[in-house]
Design a binder for this molecule. Structure first.
Ligand code: F3S
Length: 75
């Protein structure tokens, strides 16, 4: 299982992740990324399905500030 969330203390609102993985990431009013998949609310408690793993890993690789966190258990 894989879980993800954005560290908004280090996100610089670059906008890459929502383009790479639009099913997982959107932006709040300040442009900071947040995990929205299945209503996760950036809590890192919603399992990301296998079909979205490639998009997720691409987003992690593409984040310039390493703000997209991964875990194999809920945060
Ligand atoms: Fe922020 Fe990284 Fe996405 S800087 S907007 S979490 S690609």
């Amino acid at each position: 299982a894989i879980y993800t969330w954005v560290d908004q203390d280090t996100c610089i609102a670059c906008g890459a992740c929502g383009s790479t993985a639009p099913d997982i990431f959107e932006y709040n009013d300040e442009g900071m990324a947040e995990v929205v998949y299945a209503g996760d609310g950036n809590t890192g408690t919603t399992e990301i399905p296998a079909a979205l793993k490639d998009d997720l890993y691409d987003a992690v690789d593409g984040c310039p500030t390493d703000s997209i966190k991964l875990a194999d258990t809920p945060k």
